[in-house]
Write a protein that binds this ligand. Structure first.
Ligand code: FES
Ligand code: MG
Length: 568
Protein backbone atom coordinates (compact mmCIF):
# COMPACT_ATOMS: atom_id res chain seq x y z
CA UNK A 1 0.00 0.00 0.00
CA UNK A 2 1.26 3.45 -0.83
CA UNK A 3 1.62 5.92 2.02
CA UNK A 4 -1.56 7.93 2.44
CA UNK A 5 -1.39 11.59 1.69
CA UNK A 6 -3.31 12.45 4.89
CA UNK A 7 -0.47 10.99 6.99
CA UNK A 8 1.62 14.08 6.17
CA UNK A 9 -1.04 16.20 7.92
CA UNK A 10 -2.64 14.08 10.63
CA UNK A 11 -0.03 11.38 11.26
CA UNK A 12 2.72 13.71 12.46
CA UNK A 13 3.74 13.49 16.13
CA UNK A 14 5.02 17.05 16.32
CA UNK A 15 3.82 20.62 16.48
CA UNK A 16 2.45 20.47 12.91
CA UNK A 17 0.45 17.28 13.62
CA UNK A 18 -0.87 18.83 16.84
CA UNK A 19 -2.06 21.88 14.91
CA UNK A 20 -3.71 19.91 12.12
CA UNK A 21 -5.50 17.51 14.52
CA UNK A 22 -6.36 19.82 17.40
CA UNK A 23 -8.25 22.38 15.35
CA UNK A 24 -10.22 19.64 13.57
CA UNK A 25 -11.18 18.24 16.98
CA UNK A 26 -13.09 21.44 17.74
CA UNK A 27 -15.84 19.85 15.61
CA UNK A 28 -16.10 16.90 17.97
CA UNK A 29 -14.13 14.29 16.05
CA UNK A 30 -12.64 11.63 18.37
CA UNK A 31 -9.00 10.51 18.41
CA UNK A 32 -9.65 7.47 16.24
CA UNK A 33 -10.76 9.65 13.33
CA UNK A 34 -7.03 10.40 13.00
CA UNK A 35 -5.79 6.81 13.29
CA UNK A 36 -4.58 6.69 9.69
CA UNK A 37 -7.91 5.89 8.04
CA UNK A 38 -8.57 7.37 4.58
CA UNK A 39 -9.71 10.98 4.76
CA UNK A 40 -12.32 11.68 2.12
CA UNK A 41 -13.03 15.21 0.95
CA UNK A 42 -16.58 15.92 -0.14
CA UNK A 43 -16.24 18.81 -2.56
CA UNK A 44 -19.61 20.56 -2.50
CA UNK A 45 -21.00 23.11 -4.96
CA UNK A 46 -24.19 23.56 -2.91
CA UNK A 47 -25.54 27.10 -3.02
CA UNK A 48 -28.91 28.80 -2.80
CA UNK A 49 -27.79 30.80 -5.83
CA UNK A 50 -27.34 27.54 -7.76
CA UNK A 51 -30.88 26.17 -7.41
CA UNK A 52 -29.96 23.07 -9.42
CA UNK A 53 -27.47 22.11 -6.68
CA UNK A 54 -29.72 22.94 -3.72
CA UNK A 55 -30.08 19.25 -2.77
CA UNK A 56 -26.36 18.62 -2.44
CA UNK A 57 -26.09 19.26 1.31
CA UNK A 58 -28.50 16.35 1.86
CA UNK A 59 -26.61 14.13 -0.55
CA UNK A 60 -23.39 14.93 1.31
CA UNK A 61 -24.98 13.32 4.39
CA UNK A 62 -25.49 10.13 2.39
CA UNK A 63 -21.87 10.16 1.23
CA UNK A 64 -20.71 10.63 4.85
CA UNK A 65 -22.71 7.62 6.05
CA UNK A 66 -21.02 5.46 3.43
CA UNK A 67 -17.53 6.79 4.20
CA UNK A 68 -17.92 6.13 7.96
CA UNK A 69 -19.37 2.69 7.24
CA UNK A 70 -16.33 1.77 5.15
CA UNK A 71 -13.88 2.96 7.80
CA UNK A 72 -13.01 6.35 6.34
CA UNK A 73 -13.29 9.89 7.72
CA UNK A 74 -15.47 12.24 5.61
CA UNK A 75 -14.88 15.99 5.53
CA UNK A 76 -17.15 18.25 3.49
CA UNK A 77 -15.82 21.48 2.02
CA UNK A 78 -17.39 24.19 -0.15
CA UNK A 79 -16.07 25.46 -3.45
CA UNK A 80 -17.35 28.19 -5.71
CA UNK A 81 -20.76 27.35 -7.12
CA UNK A 82 -21.92 28.33 -10.60
CA UNK A 83 -25.64 28.95 -11.02
CA UNK A 84 -26.21 28.74 -14.77
CA UNK A 85 -29.48 30.66 -14.74
CA UNK A 86 -28.39 33.28 -12.22
CA UNK A 87 -24.89 34.48 -13.15
CA UNK A 88 -24.00 37.36 -15.49
CA UNK A 89 -22.50 37.70 -17.98
CA UNK A 90 -22.36 33.87 -18.11
CA UNK A 91 -21.46 31.02 -15.73
CA UNK A 92 -18.99 29.78 -18.35
CA UNK A 93 -16.74 32.77 -17.61
CA UNK A 94 -16.20 31.20 -14.18
CA UNK A 95 -15.87 27.47 -15.03
CA UNK A 96 -12.09 27.76 -14.98
CA UNK A 97 -12.20 29.73 -11.71
CA UNK A 98 -14.19 26.92 -10.09
CA UNK A 99 -11.65 24.46 -11.50
CA UNK A 100 -8.84 26.46 -9.86
CA UNK A 101 -10.73 26.55 -6.56
CA UNK A 102 -11.32 22.78 -6.67
CA UNK A 103 -7.73 21.99 -7.65
CA UNK A 104 -6.10 24.14 -4.99
CA UNK A 105 -8.56 23.06 -2.27
CA UNK A 106 -7.87 19.38 -2.93
CA UNK A 107 -4.12 19.93 -3.09
CA UNK A 108 -3.82 22.12 0.00
CA UNK A 109 -5.84 19.90 2.36
CA UNK A 110 -4.83 16.56 3.82
CA UNK A 111 -7.32 14.37 1.98
CA UNK A 112 -6.76 11.03 0.25
CA UNK A 113 -9.75 10.88 -2.06
CA UNK A 114 -12.56 13.16 -3.13
CA UNK A 115 -16.25 12.92 -3.92
CA UNK A 116 -17.37 15.66 -6.29
CA UNK A 117 -20.91 16.90 -5.66
CA UNK A 118 -22.06 18.93 -8.63
CA UNK A 119 -24.87 19.13 -11.12
CA UNK A 120 -25.67 22.45 -12.72
CA UNK A 121 -24.00 22.78 -16.12
CA UNK A 122 -20.56 24.18 -15.37
CA UNK A 123 -20.12 22.61 -11.94
CA UNK A 124 -19.48 19.07 -13.20
CA UNK A 125 -16.77 19.95 -15.73
CA UNK A 126 -15.22 22.58 -13.43
CA UNK A 127 -14.92 20.06 -10.60
CA UNK A 128 -13.55 17.29 -12.82
CA UNK A 129 -11.00 19.62 -14.45
CA UNK A 130 -9.70 20.72 -11.05
CA UNK A 131 -9.64 17.18 -9.66
CA UNK A 132 -7.84 15.85 -12.76
CA UNK A 133 -5.00 18.32 -12.21
CA UNK A 134 -4.33 16.84 -8.73
CA UNK A 135 -5.18 13.23 -9.64
CA UNK A 136 -6.42 11.72 -6.38
CA UNK A 137 -9.00 8.89 -6.36
CA UNK A 138 -12.16 10.80 -7.31
CA UNK A 139 -15.80 9.98 -7.95
CA UNK A 140 -18.84 12.03 -8.96
CA UNK A 141 -22.30 12.22 -7.38
CA UNK A 142 -24.63 14.44 -9.41
CA UNK A 143 -27.59 16.50 -8.21
CA UNK A 144 -29.99 14.54 -10.38
CA UNK A 145 -32.76 16.06 -12.48
CA UNK A 146 -35.84 17.93 -11.27
CA UNK A 147 -39.18 16.16 -11.52
CA UNK A 148 -40.83 16.60 -14.92
CA UNK A 149 -42.19 20.10 -15.42
CA UNK A 150 -46.00 20.32 -15.53
CA UNK A 151 -48.22 23.03 -16.96
CA UNK A 152 -51.95 22.64 -17.61
CA UNK A 153 -51.69 18.86 -17.55
CA UNK A 154 -48.80 18.73 -20.00
CA UNK A 155 -45.17 17.86 -19.40
CA UNK A 156 -42.91 20.85 -19.99
CA UNK A 157 -39.14 20.77 -20.17
CA UNK A 158 -36.56 23.08 -18.56
CA UNK A 159 -35.14 25.50 -21.06
CA UNK A 160 -36.56 23.84 -24.18
CA UNK A 161 -40.10 25.01 -23.43
CA UNK A 162 -38.85 28.43 -22.34
CA UNK A 163 -37.48 28.96 -25.86
CA UNK A 164 -40.72 27.57 -27.36
CA UNK A 165 -43.02 29.68 -25.17
CA UNK A 166 -40.95 32.79 -25.75
CA UNK A 167 -41.25 32.38 -29.53
CA UNK A 168 -44.99 31.70 -29.14
CA UNK A 169 -45.40 35.00 -27.25
CA UNK A 170 -43.48 36.83 -29.98
CA UNK A 171 -45.68 35.19 -32.63
CA UNK A 172 -48.81 36.27 -30.71
CA UNK A 173 -49.81 32.64 -30.04
CA UNK A 174 -49.41 32.74 -26.23
CA UNK A 175 -50.43 35.43 -23.76
CA UNK A 176 -47.87 36.99 -21.45
CA UNK A 177 -50.04 35.91 -18.52
CA UNK A 178 -49.88 32.23 -19.56
CA UNK A 179 -46.15 32.62 -20.14
CA UNK A 180 -45.62 33.91 -16.60
CA UNK A 181 -47.80 31.24 -15.02
CA UNK A 182 -45.76 28.42 -16.61
CA UNK A 183 -42.74 29.44 -14.48
CA UNK A 184 -43.78 27.69 -11.29
CA UNK A 185 -44.75 24.46 -13.02
CA UNK A 186 -41.49 24.21 -14.89
CA UNK A 187 -39.22 24.10 -11.83
CA UNK A 188 -41.06 22.28 -9.04
CA UNK A 189 -38.41 20.27 -7.17
CA UNK A 190 -34.73 20.31 -6.34
CA UNK A 191 -32.44 19.19 -9.14
CA UNK A 192 -31.03 20.13 -12.51
CA UNK A 193 -32.87 20.85 -15.76
CA UNK A 194 -34.94 17.75 -16.56
CA UNK A 195 -34.39 17.98 -20.29
CA UNK A 196 -31.24 16.45 -21.81
CA UNK A 197 -29.56 19.82 -21.30
CA UNK A 198 -25.95 20.29 -20.38
CA UNK A 199 -26.33 19.11 -16.78
CA UNK A 200 -27.95 15.78 -17.65
CA UNK A 201 -25.63 15.46 -20.64
CA UNK A 202 -22.57 15.85 -18.43
CA UNK A 203 -24.03 13.45 -15.85
CA UNK A 204 -24.74 10.89 -18.60
CA UNK A 205 -21.23 11.30 -19.97
CA UNK A 206 -19.74 10.97 -16.48
CA UNK A 207 -21.63 7.70 -16.07
CA UNK A 208 -20.58 6.43 -19.51
CA UNK A 209 -16.95 7.27 -18.67
CA UNK A 210 -17.23 5.23 -15.47
CA UNK A 211 -16.64 8.28 -13.24
CA UNK A 212 -19.77 7.69 -11.11
CA UNK A 213 -21.73 4.66 -9.98
CA UNK A 214 -24.22 3.27 -12.53
CA UNK A 215 -27.64 5.04 -12.58
CA UNK A 216 -26.17 8.32 -11.28
CA UNK A 217 -27.28 10.41 -14.27
CA UNK A 218 -31.02 9.89 -14.41
CA UNK A 219 -32.29 9.21 -10.87
CA UNK A 220 -34.40 12.26 -9.98
CA UNK A 221 -32.85 14.58 -7.40
CA UNK A 222 -35.62 13.81 -4.92
CA UNK A 223 -35.69 10.02 -5.49
CA UNK A 224 -34.65 8.20 -2.31
CA UNK A 225 -32.46 5.94 -4.42
CA UNK A 226 -30.16 8.92 -5.12
CA UNK A 227 -29.48 9.18 -1.38
CA UNK A 228 -28.66 5.45 -1.39
CA UNK A 229 -26.37 6.01 -4.38
CA UNK A 230 -24.57 8.75 -2.42
CA UNK A 231 -24.15 6.31 0.48
CA UNK A 232 -22.74 3.61 -1.83
CA UNK A 233 -20.42 6.20 -3.38
CA UNK A 234 -19.06 7.01 0.08
CA UNK A 235 -18.26 3.34 0.60
CA UNK A 236 -16.67 3.02 -2.82
CA UNK A 237 -14.35 6.04 -2.51
CA UNK A 238 -12.77 4.54 0.62
CA UNK A 239 -12.05 1.34 -1.31
CA UNK A 240 -10.67 3.41 -4.20
CA UNK A 241 -8.17 5.05 -1.86
CA UNK A 242 -7.12 1.59 -0.66
CA UNK A 243 -6.76 0.46 -4.30
CA UNK A 244 -4.95 3.71 -5.25
CA UNK A 245 -7.41 4.01 -8.12
CA UNK A 246 -6.62 7.54 -9.24
CA UNK A 247 -8.63 9.66 -11.64
CA UNK A 248 -5.96 9.20 -14.32
CA UNK A 249 -6.67 5.45 -14.36
CA UNK A 250 -10.24 6.23 -15.48
CA UNK A 251 -9.69 9.38 -17.57
CA UNK A 252 -8.20 7.53 -20.54
CA UNK A 253 -8.59 8.14 -24.27
CA UNK A 254 -11.08 5.25 -24.67
CA UNK A 255 -13.18 6.71 -21.83
CA UNK A 256 -13.33 10.03 -23.73
CA UNK A 257 -14.33 8.15 -26.88
CA UNK A 258 -17.11 6.45 -24.92
CA UNK A 259 -18.21 9.90 -23.74
CA UNK A 260 -18.49 11.05 -27.36
CA UNK A 261 -20.44 7.92 -28.35
CA UNK A 262 -22.78 8.21 -25.36
CA UNK A 263 -23.30 11.93 -26.01
CA UNK A 264 -24.53 11.10 -29.51
CA UNK A 265 -26.85 8.33 -28.30
CA UNK A 266 -28.49 10.47 -25.60
CA UNK A 267 -28.79 13.52 -27.91
CA UNK A 268 -26.49 15.43 -25.58
CA UNK A 269 -25.48 19.05 -25.46
CA UNK A 270 -22.99 20.76 -27.74
CA UNK A 271 -21.43 22.09 -24.54
CA UNK A 272 -19.99 18.63 -23.90
CA UNK A 273 -17.46 19.40 -26.64
CA UNK A 274 -15.74 22.30 -24.87
CA UNK A 275 -15.92 20.55 -21.50
CA UNK A 276 -14.46 17.25 -22.73
CA UNK A 277 -11.67 19.05 -24.61
CA UNK A 278 -10.78 21.03 -21.49
CA UNK A 279 -10.89 17.93 -19.27
CA UNK A 280 -8.71 16.00 -21.69
CA UNK A 281 -6.18 18.83 -21.53
CA UNK A 282 -6.00 18.46 -17.75
CA UNK A 283 -5.71 14.67 -17.99
CA UNK A 284 -2.93 14.73 -20.64
CA UNK A 285 -5.22 12.84 -23.03
CA UNK A 286 -4.75 13.72 -26.68
CA UNK A 287 -8.31 14.63 -27.71
CA UNK A 288 -9.09 16.98 -30.59
CA UNK A 289 -12.24 18.31 -32.21
CA UNK A 290 -11.80 15.71 -34.98
CA UNK A 291 -12.22 12.92 -32.43
CA UNK A 292 -15.85 13.99 -32.07
CA UNK A 293 -16.49 12.66 -35.56
CA UNK A 294 -16.60 9.11 -34.13
CA UNK A 295 -20.01 10.11 -32.75
CA UNK A 296 -21.39 11.22 -36.14
CA UNK A 297 -22.77 7.83 -37.14
CA UNK A 298 -24.05 6.84 -33.71
CA UNK A 299 -27.86 6.76 -33.72
CA UNK A 300 -30.01 8.85 -31.38
CA UNK A 301 -31.47 6.36 -28.88
CA UNK A 302 -32.84 8.59 -26.14
CA UNK A 303 -36.06 10.38 -27.02
CA UNK A 304 -35.65 13.35 -24.66
CA UNK A 305 -35.97 17.09 -25.23
CA UNK A 306 -34.50 18.99 -26.94
CA UNK A 307 -33.87 16.29 -29.60
CA UNK A 308 -37.00 14.30 -28.72
CA UNK A 309 -40.13 14.53 -26.60
CA UNK A 310 -39.61 13.00 -23.13
CA UNK A 311 -37.94 14.22 -19.95
CA UNK A 312 -35.35 12.85 -17.52
CA UNK A 313 -37.88 11.26 -15.15
CA UNK A 314 -39.13 9.20 -18.10
CA UNK A 315 -35.54 8.37 -19.03
CA UNK A 316 -34.87 7.15 -15.49
CA UNK A 317 -37.96 4.92 -15.34
CA UNK A 318 -37.16 3.53 -18.81
CA UNK A 319 -33.76 2.28 -17.59
CA UNK A 320 -31.43 5.28 -17.69
CA UNK A 321 -27.83 5.24 -18.89
CA UNK A 322 -27.24 1.51 -18.14
CA UNK A 323 -29.97 0.62 -20.66
CA UNK A 324 -28.34 2.92 -23.24
CA UNK A 325 -24.91 1.37 -22.64
CA UNK A 326 -26.49 -2.07 -23.16
CA UNK A 327 -27.61 -0.94 -26.63
CA UNK A 328 -24.19 0.53 -27.37
CA UNK A 329 -22.20 -2.54 -26.32
CA UNK A 330 -20.74 -3.14 -29.79
CA UNK A 331 -19.66 0.51 -30.08
CA UNK A 332 -18.12 1.12 -26.67
CA UNK A 333 -14.34 0.99 -26.25
CA UNK A 334 -12.93 -1.14 -23.43
CA UNK A 335 -12.20 1.33 -20.62
CA UNK A 336 -11.51 1.17 -16.89
CA UNK A 337 -13.99 2.67 -14.41
CA UNK A 338 -14.16 3.72 -10.77
CA UNK A 339 -15.45 0.20 -10.11
CA UNK A 340 -12.06 -1.08 -11.30
CA UNK A 341 -13.68 -3.07 -14.11
CA UNK A 342 -14.62 -2.42 -17.70
CA UNK A 343 -17.40 0.03 -18.58
CA UNK A 344 -19.36 -2.81 -20.21
CA UNK A 345 -20.24 -3.96 -16.65
CA UNK A 346 -22.31 -0.79 -16.19
CA UNK A 347 -24.84 -2.47 -18.48
CA UNK A 348 -24.91 -5.73 -16.48
CA UNK A 349 -28.53 -6.58 -15.77
CA UNK A 350 -29.77 -3.43 -17.52
CA UNK A 351 -33.24 -3.61 -18.99
CA UNK A 352 -35.30 -1.17 -21.01
CA UNK A 353 -38.84 -0.66 -19.73
CA UNK A 354 -40.06 1.81 -22.34
CA UNK A 355 -38.94 1.54 -25.94
CA UNK A 356 -40.42 4.87 -26.90
CA UNK A 357 -38.07 6.58 -24.46
CA UNK A 358 -34.93 4.48 -25.01
CA UNK A 359 -34.92 3.12 -28.53
CA UNK A 360 -33.12 -0.03 -29.61
CA UNK A 361 -30.01 0.38 -31.74
CA UNK A 362 -31.76 -1.14 -34.76
CA UNK A 363 -34.81 1.14 -34.43
CA UNK A 364 -33.37 4.49 -33.33
CA UNK A 365 -35.08 7.87 -32.96
CA UNK A 366 -32.75 9.15 -35.68
CA UNK A 367 -30.09 7.14 -37.54
CA UNK A 368 -27.04 9.42 -37.18
CA UNK A 369 -27.16 11.78 -34.25
CA UNK A 370 -23.68 12.82 -33.24
CA UNK A 371 -22.43 16.35 -33.42
CA UNK A 372 -20.88 17.35 -36.71
CA UNK A 373 -17.63 19.25 -36.91
CA UNK A 374 -17.63 21.86 -39.69
CA UNK A 375 -14.49 23.41 -41.16
CA UNK A 376 -13.77 25.85 -43.95
CA UNK A 377 -12.53 29.38 -44.52
CA UNK A 378 -15.13 30.69 -42.07
CA UNK A 379 -13.97 28.31 -39.32
CA UNK A 380 -10.39 27.21 -39.98
CA UNK A 381 -10.14 25.56 -36.54
CA UNK A 382 -13.65 24.19 -36.62
CA UNK A 383 -17.24 24.84 -35.61
CA UNK A 384 -19.97 22.43 -34.55
CA UNK A 385 -23.62 21.70 -35.23
CA UNK A 386 -26.07 19.33 -33.56
CA UNK A 387 -28.03 17.73 -36.41
CA UNK A 388 -30.45 15.93 -34.08
CA UNK A 389 -31.78 19.32 -32.91
CA UNK A 390 -31.67 20.93 -36.40
CA UNK A 391 -34.00 21.11 -39.41
CA UNK A 392 -32.90 18.48 -41.95
CA UNK A 393 -33.60 20.71 -44.96
CA UNK A 394 -31.24 23.40 -43.64
CA UNK A 395 -28.27 21.08 -43.13
CA UNK A 396 -27.25 21.72 -46.75
CA UNK A 397 -27.81 25.39 -47.49
CA UNK A 398 -26.38 28.45 -49.21
CA UNK A 399 -27.65 31.90 -48.35
CA UNK A 400 -26.91 35.56 -47.75
CA UNK A 401 -25.52 36.64 -44.41
CA UNK A 402 -27.15 39.19 -42.16
CA UNK A 403 -24.53 40.25 -39.62
CA UNK A 404 -24.88 41.42 -36.02
CA UNK A 405 -21.58 42.90 -34.84
CA UNK A 406 -22.28 42.09 -31.18
CA UNK A 407 -25.01 41.03 -28.77
CA UNK A 408 -26.32 44.60 -28.31
CA UNK A 409 -26.66 45.01 -32.07
CA UNK A 410 -28.62 41.73 -32.24
CA UNK A 411 -30.96 42.60 -29.36
CA UNK A 412 -31.62 46.11 -30.68
CA UNK A 413 -32.41 45.04 -34.23
CA UNK A 414 -33.69 41.45 -34.38
CA UNK A 415 -37.35 42.47 -34.08
CA UNK A 416 -37.23 45.42 -36.50
CA UNK A 417 -40.09 45.22 -39.00
CA UNK A 418 -37.78 46.33 -41.81
CA UNK A 419 -34.97 43.87 -41.05
CA UNK A 420 -33.88 42.75 -44.55
CA UNK A 421 -34.07 38.99 -43.97
CA UNK A 422 -35.97 35.98 -45.29
CA UNK A 423 -36.13 32.38 -44.09
CA UNK A 424 -33.12 31.69 -46.35
CA UNK A 425 -30.94 34.35 -44.73
CA UNK A 426 -28.05 33.15 -42.55
CA UNK A 427 -27.87 35.12 -39.31
CA UNK A 428 -24.30 35.79 -38.13
CA UNK A 429 -23.43 36.97 -34.63
CA UNK A 430 -19.92 38.12 -33.67
CA UNK A 431 -18.20 38.95 -30.41
CA UNK A 432 -19.60 36.09 -28.31
CA UNK A 433 -16.57 33.83 -28.05
CA UNK A 434 -14.36 33.20 -25.00
CA UNK A 435 -12.45 36.50 -25.32
CA UNK A 436 -15.18 38.54 -26.99
CA UNK A 437 -18.11 38.45 -24.59
CA UNK A 438 -16.11 37.40 -22.56
CA UNK A 439 -16.86 33.84 -21.43
CA UNK A 440 -18.59 32.32 -24.48
CA UNK A 441 -22.25 32.58 -23.40
CA UNK A 442 -25.24 30.55 -24.60
CA UNK A 443 -26.55 33.09 -27.08
CA UNK A 444 -25.79 31.20 -30.31
CA UNK A 445 -29.43 30.16 -30.75
CA UNK A 446 -30.42 33.78 -31.34
CA UNK A 447 -34.15 34.37 -31.73
CA UNK A 448 -35.79 34.16 -35.14
CA UNK A 449 -36.52 37.74 -36.33
CA UNK A 450 -40.04 38.73 -35.25
CA UNK A 451 -41.29 39.43 -38.76
CA UNK A 452 -40.31 35.88 -39.77
CA UNK A 453 -41.80 34.32 -36.62
CA UNK A 454 -45.07 36.01 -37.52
CA UNK A 455 -44.84 34.43 -40.98
CA UNK A 456 -44.52 31.01 -39.33
CA UNK A 457 -40.75 30.59 -39.64
CA UNK A 458 -39.45 28.56 -36.68
CA UNK A 459 -35.87 27.80 -37.76
CA UNK A 460 -33.12 29.31 -39.86
CA UNK A 461 -29.34 29.00 -39.97
CA UNK A 462 -27.54 30.94 -37.27
CA UNK A 463 -23.74 31.13 -37.02
CA UNK A 464 -21.65 32.48 -34.16
CA UNK A 465 -18.61 32.06 -31.95
CA UNK A 466 -20.97 31.52 -28.98
CA UNK A 467 -22.30 28.33 -27.38
CA UNK A 468 -25.98 27.49 -26.97
CA UNK A 469 -27.86 26.05 -24.04
CA UNK A 470 -27.96 22.28 -23.99
CA UNK A 471 -31.74 22.62 -23.81
CA UNK A 472 -31.90 24.62 -27.05
CA UNK A 473 -32.59 23.47 -30.60
CA UNK A 474 -32.41 24.74 -34.16
CA UNK A 475 -30.00 24.78 -37.08
CA UNK A 476 -27.36 26.58 -35.11
CA UNK A 477 -23.65 26.59 -35.95
CA UNK A 478 -21.62 27.21 -32.82
CA UNK A 479 -18.10 27.57 -31.41
CA UNK A 480 -16.69 29.08 -34.62
CA UNK A 481 -12.96 29.06 -34.08
CA UNK A 482 -10.97 31.25 -33.99
CA UNK A 483 -13.60 33.64 -32.64
CA UNK A 484 -14.12 37.13 -34.07
CA UNK A 485 -12.41 38.93 -31.17
CA UNK A 486 -9.29 36.78 -31.71
CA UNK A 487 -9.21 37.86 -35.37
CA UNK A 488 -10.91 34.78 -36.84
CA UNK A 489 -12.46 35.12 -40.32
CA UNK A 490 -15.88 35.47 -38.64
CA UNK A 491 -14.78 39.03 -37.85
CA UNK A 492 -14.63 39.81 -41.59
CA UNK A 493 -18.14 38.72 -42.62
CA UNK A 494 -20.41 41.50 -43.92
CA UNK A 495 -24.14 41.59 -44.52
CA UNK A 496 -24.83 40.40 -48.06
CA UNK A 497 -21.88 37.96 -48.22
CA UNK A 498 -22.83 34.46 -49.29
CA UNK A 499 -22.16 31.53 -46.96
CA UNK A 500 -22.38 27.82 -47.76
CA UNK A 501 -23.07 25.16 -45.14
CA UNK A 502 -22.85 21.42 -45.72
CA UNK A 503 -23.27 19.23 -42.67
CA UNK A 504 -22.81 16.09 -44.79
CA UNK A 505 -19.44 17.32 -46.10
CA UNK A 506 -18.53 18.97 -42.80
CA UNK A 507 -17.92 22.37 -44.43
CA UNK A 508 -18.59 26.01 -43.62
CA UNK A 509 -17.48 28.45 -46.30
CA UNK A 510 -17.61 32.20 -46.74
CA UNK A 511 -17.95 32.70 -50.50
CA UNK A 512 -15.83 35.85 -50.66
CA UNK A 513 -12.52 35.88 -52.51
CA UNK A 514 -9.21 36.00 -50.70
CA UNK A 515 -8.21 39.46 -52.04
CA UNK A 516 -11.39 41.02 -50.63
CA UNK A 517 -10.89 39.25 -47.30
CA UNK A 518 -7.30 40.51 -47.01
CA UNK A 519 -8.38 44.06 -47.67
CA UNK A 520 -11.05 43.74 -44.95
CA UNK A 521 -8.46 42.22 -42.61
CA UNK A 522 -6.10 45.18 -43.13
CA UNK A 523 -8.60 47.55 -41.52
CA UNK A 524 -10.00 45.19 -38.84
CA UNK A 525 -9.48 46.05 -35.14
CA UNK A 526 -10.50 44.00 -32.10
CA UNK A 527 -13.00 45.62 -29.72
CA UNK A 528 -11.50 47.30 -26.66
CA UNK A 529 -11.55 44.93 -23.64
CA UNK A 530 -14.65 44.93 -21.40
CA UNK A 531 -12.61 44.23 -18.28
CA UNK A 532 -9.31 45.82 -17.30
CA UNK A 533 -8.81 44.16 -13.90
CA UNK A 534 -9.53 41.07 -11.81
CA UNK A 535 -10.27 37.49 -12.78
CA UNK A 536 -12.03 38.48 -16.02
CA UNK A 537 -8.90 40.28 -17.24
CA UNK A 538 -6.79 37.21 -16.46
CA UNK A 539 -9.39 35.05 -18.24
CA UNK A 540 -9.33 37.13 -21.41
CA UNK A 541 -5.54 37.28 -21.43
CA UNK A 542 -5.15 33.50 -21.05
CA UNK A 543 -8.25 31.75 -22.37
CA UNK A 544 -7.76 29.19 -25.14
CA UNK A 545 -10.12 29.03 -28.10
CA UNK A 546 -13.20 26.78 -28.17
CA UNK A 547 -11.46 24.06 -30.20
CA UNK A 548 -9.07 23.66 -27.27
CA UNK A 549 -11.80 23.64 -24.62
CA UNK A 550 -11.58 27.30 -23.53
CA UNK A 551 -9.42 26.45 -20.52
CA UNK A 552 -6.80 28.93 -19.36
CA UNK A 553 -3.46 28.22 -21.04
CA UNK A 554 -1.54 27.87 -17.76
CA UNK A 555 -4.05 25.39 -16.28
CA UNK A 556 -3.56 22.70 -18.91
CA UNK A 557 -1.98 19.54 -17.46
CA UNK A 558 -1.48 18.52 -13.85
CA UNK A 559 0.85 18.81 -10.88
CA UNK A 560 0.82 15.75 -8.65
CA UNK A 561 3.85 16.58 -6.50
CA UNK A 562 3.35 16.38 -2.73
CA UNK A 563 3.10 19.68 -0.87
CA UNK A 564 5.92 19.51 1.66
CA UNK A 565 6.00 22.95 3.31
CA UNK A 566 3.92 23.85 6.39
CA UNK A 567 2.48 27.23 7.34
CA UNK A 568 3.85 27.34 10.87
FE1 FES B 1 -28.71 24.41 -13.71
FE2 FES B 1 -29.96 23.73 -16.11
S1 FES B 1 -29.69 25.64 -15.18
S2 FES B 1 -28.91 22.53 -14.69
MG1 MG C 1 -27.03 25.90 -19.89
Amino acid sequence: MTTRRSKAWYGKLDKDGFIHRSWMKNQGFPDHAFDGRPIIGICNTWSELTPCNSGLRDLAKGVKRGVWEAGGFPVEFPVMSLGETQMKPTAMLFRNLLAMDVEESIRAYGIDGVVLLGGCDKTTPGQLMGAASVDLPSIVVSSGPMLNGKYRGQDIGSGTDVWKFSEAVRAGEMTLQDFMSAESGMSRSAGVCMTMGTASTMASIVEAMGLSLPTNAALPAVDARRMALAHLTGKRIVEMVEEDLRLSKVLTKPAFENAIIANAAVGGSTNAVVHLLALAGRADVDLTLSDFEIGSDIPLLVNCMPSGKYLMEDFCYAGGVPAVLAELKDHLRPANTILSGDISHYADGAECFNRDVIHALDAPVKPAAGLRVLRGNLAPNGAIIKPSAATDALLEHEGEAYVFENIEDMKANIDRDDLPVTADTILVLKGCGPKGYPGMPEVGNMPIPKKLVQQGVRDMIRISDARMSGTAYGTVILHVSPEAQAGGPLALVKTGDRIRVSASNGTLDLLVDEAELSSRRATWQPDPPHYTRGYAKMYVDHVLQADQGADLDFLVGKDTRPVTRESH
